[in-house]
Design a protein around this ligand. Structure first.
Ligand code: CDP
Ligand code: CDP
Length: 205
């Protein structure tokens, strides 16, 4: 079965734009599986740091494997160390290749809502369902602070937008939604409205 056989809703955008909250809610509403691709890059980053590898050491990172040695890294994914290094680790093409292969594999099994940075532009360029969620830098900073998390989102956004491998860009055919003044339900509503316009059957809320 090819990766075209299931539907993929791509949700991209910068840090704290609301991707996870919106993607999770939308997946529930549609009965699709939810995939947080950022968590995959964070898990690899945590693993690299655990092994004591310098995240700048591209060659060593190339050898890093996605196997997390039987340990569930979930509770560490938002650690300061991971926040500070995840953009560097994610800029290694070999890391991306391994994870993108996994993402394609998920789409062979399920209809997906997948969030990240390059889902519409690179991972699933053929999906007709592409959304780019944005919010002003001030709003995004405020959202992270309200979560009690320290996170240099401006530095991470800069690194993610300027890297050579699959940078954060707005896919040409993506619908851009500015969530600065919207609730999570408001953003989900806009997406559902657009999906209905494409003819997708949406279970009633
Ligand atoms: O939740 P937040 O938006 O802060 O970040 P995330 O989605 O958990 O992603 C963490 C980092 O992983 C990003 O800053 C990117 O460096 C990287 N990432 C990526 O390169 N490509 C993706 N598709 C998703 C995340
Ligand atoms: O995944 P991403 O980093 O893009 O954002 P998130 O983790 O979904 O959202 C960051 C924080 O902003 C969460 O605490 C959300 O509840 C909040 N948020 C909000 O207040 N209004 C929105 N429209 C979207 C998210």
């Amino acid at each position: 079965m090819s990766s075209e056989s299931h539907r993929v809703i791509a949700i991209d955008g910068p840090a704290a734009s609301g991707k996870s909250s919106v993607a999770r809610e939308l997946a529930l509403r549609l009965g699709f599986a939810y995939v947080n691709s950022g968590a995959m890059y964070r898990a690899v980053t945590w693993h690299v740091l655990q092994k004591g590898v310098d995240p700048n050491d591209t060659e060593a990172n190339n050898q890093s494997r996605i196997l997390i040695d039987g340990v569930d890294p979930t509770e560490h994914l938002r650690d300061d160390g991971v926040n500070n290094s995840v953009s560097q680790v994610s800029s290694v093409p070999q890391v991306r290749r391994v994870l993108v292969e996994k993402m394609h594999h998920y789409a062979e099994e399920n209809d997906l809502v997948m969030e990240g940075r390059d889902i519409g532009s690179v991972v699933f360029p053929d999906t007709p369902y592409k959304f780019y969620i944005d919010a002003s830098p001030e709003v995004r900073l405020r959202r992270r602070a309200a979560e009690g998390l320290r996170d240099e989102i401006a530095a991470r956004d800069r690194a993610d937008s300027n890297r050579r491998a699959s940078p954060l860009i707005i896919a040409e055919d993506a619908l851009v939604i500015d969530s600065s003044n919207l609730t999570i339900d408001g953003v989900v509503g806009e997406i559902v409205g657009r999906l209905k316009m494409t003819g997708m059957q949406i279970p009633s809320a």
